[in-house]
Design a protein around this ligand. Structure first.
Ligand code: HEM
Length: 181
């Protein structure tokens, strides 16, 4: 994963739980990188898993809840850092449908070594969007948090129903988004 995913995560931990907690989880995770992340570097995603598991032990907040909270947080940061992806996009569904064929494509041009998931879409009706998440990494909860962040950003009333397609590790999931009408 890109270093930015780690630096933003540790930023969130500092904001929410204090820098001591951030230091402690780095220490306890025995990270191959030592935890000295730079935003342009690339690190094993297993380091993120270790950091989240240790944060969960310390805070007694469940791992899925931490990953979702991080997704919501990171969406806001993306909004600050990548304004161009938000230009002329008016709604949650418009934005989310651009991830696979536009946003993540551009991300890969910027960072050729980025490890990205894939999304398939279905649009059963005007008020529903179905997203199929698939990854080499177990981050369906993180994806759900990013989707929540997107809904909050556009201020819409949209519910998320989730079906895990790989219950063992969260690397495949179906998200059914329904607009309140
Ligand atoms: C401005 C918007 C976005 C930008 C700039 C962006 C960029 C990125 C970047 C840089 C990574 C890290 C790649 C790596 O670590 O190697 C990533 C990963 C990821 N992105 Fe996006 N992303 C955006 C929006 C979204 C949204 C709205 C979703 C919602 C589902 C999403 C889903 C994911 C997931 C789940 C990952 C983690 C990797 C994995 O699951 O395999 N992204 N994205």
């Amino acid at each position: 994963m890109k270093g930015m995913v780690f630096t933003e995560f540790l930023e969130m931990v500092e904001d929410e739980f204090g820098w001591e907690v951030a230091d402690e989880i780095i220490e306890e995770s025995n990270l191959p990188s030592g935890g000295a992340y730079t935003s342009v570097g690339t690190y094993p995603h297993t380091e993120m898993v270790s950091l989240v598991v240790n944060l969960s032990k310390k805070t007694e907040v469940a791992v899925p809840d931490l990953l979702k909270a991080y997704g919501r947080y990171l969406f806001k940061r993306f909004n600050d850092a990548y304004g161009t992806f938000f230009e002329n996009v008016e709604s949650t569904f418009d934005f989310l449908q651009k991830i696979e064929n536009y946003i993540h494509v551009e991300v890969l041009k910027l960072y050729p070594e980025a490890e990205l998931p894939s999304f398939d879409y279905e649009r059963p009706s005007e008020n529903q969007l179905v997203m199929f998440y698939k990854s080499e990494r177990p981050f369906a909860d993180f994806a759900e948090g990013l989707i929540q962040g997107c809904i909050l950003h556009f201020g819409e009333s949209i519910t998320i129903e989730r079906e895990d397609l790989n219950e063992a590790n969260g690397s495949e999931a179906k998200f059914i988004l329904s607009k309140a009408v």
